[in-house]
Design a protein around this ligand. Structure first.
Ligand code: ATP
Length: 270
């Protein structure tokens, strides 16, 4: 049976409005949603839908969230797999898993296949399995992408922190021929992301998001989400009724300091 080897398939309600910042990238992805919604019009016009879109950017910048938003906006199923899952598989197992995933996806089309950490499969450098240990898996991925019709309704989205290590075969026309850069948020985008993640939380009127955004340069969307989560945890722990500046300050320290500092802060408190 497929059991453990099955790709994770979900239906998602994520929308573009859940993704803060990255306005230009969203515009490109809105086109992708349009291919799903009006695929008949595109094929009648003789237009080929894109097959593969690669999202490149630092960790935590919302690449997965964006891919889910494309699926959510288009109302199509979302199959996901992480390249790192292939690392502990024997080469032949990785290849058959790729084959199974595409077979399943074709049955469920229109849909999106999302391959996170695609560099773990498609790296041109030597991987943990030795020289080109993932070659069979990568070859299978290339075969699948070449094999399905452009208008089959399956679009493959990949994510990586570094497109520079990818085997150039992956980036050829008809494969991941569109690369979308997702960068760290600027101050205005950080403010937007903070506001998004403050939804559903009780926040003191003294909290000024623009000010917090100016104090968090270099933070990713994931780190900003973490700041608000940590602040909410502190609010509960301190028996407060809303998140104030003190909680946000401490939450920023925790997110910057990582787990080691977190432990120290907790033991001081307890
Ligand atoms: P990685 O490269 O580590 O896989 P990623 O770029 O795929 O990271 P996500 O997994 O999408 O990042 O982000 C993690 C979480 O951080 C999201 O689920 C969301 O809560 C928050 N987040 C990240 N970026 C944004 C954003 N632009 N707007 C709103 N939330 C964001």
């Amino acid at each position: 049976g497929m059991g453990k080897n099955r790709a994770h398939q979900i239906r998602t309600n994520v929308k573009f409005s859940d993704v803060g910042g990255i306005q230009e990238e969203k515009t490109e992805l809105i086109e992708l949603v349009d291919y799903f919604k009006n695929s008949k019009r595109y094929s009648e016009a003789g237009a080929k839908a894109p097959k593969g879109v690669l999202l490149e950017g630092p960790p935590g910048t919302g690449k997965t969230l964006l891919a889910k938003a494309v699926a959510g906006e288009a109302g199509v199923p979302f199959f996901s797999i992480s390249g790192s899952e292939f690392e502990e598989m024997f080469a032949g197992v990785g290849a058959s898993r790729v084959r199974d995933m595409f077979a399943e996806a074709k049955k469920a089309a229109p849909c999106i296949i999302f391959i996170d950490e695609i560099d773990a499969v498609g790296s041109k450098r030597f991987g943990p399995m030795g020289a080109r240990g993932n070659e069979q898996t990568l070859n299978q991925l290339l075969v699948e992408m070449d094999g399905f019709d452009t208008n089959s309704g399956v679009i493959v989205m990949g994510a990586t922190n570094r497109a520079d290590v990818l085997d150039s075969a992956l980036l050829r026309p008809g494969r991941f021929d569109r690369v979308i850069q997702v960068s760290l948020p600027d101050i205005r985008e950080r403010e937007e992301i903070l506001k998004l993640h403050s939804r559903g939380k009780k926040i003191s009127s003294k909290v000024n998001w623009h000010n917090i955004a100016s104090r968090t340069p270099g933070f990713s969307g994931a780190q900003l989400a973490n700041v608000l989560n940590e602040a909410a945890i502190l609010m509960v722990r301190e028996n407060k009724t809303e998140i104030g500046l003190v909680e946000i300050d401490e939450a920023i320290d925790r997110v910057v300091g990582g787990p080691a500092k977190k432990t120290r802060a907790m033991s001081q408190r307890d």
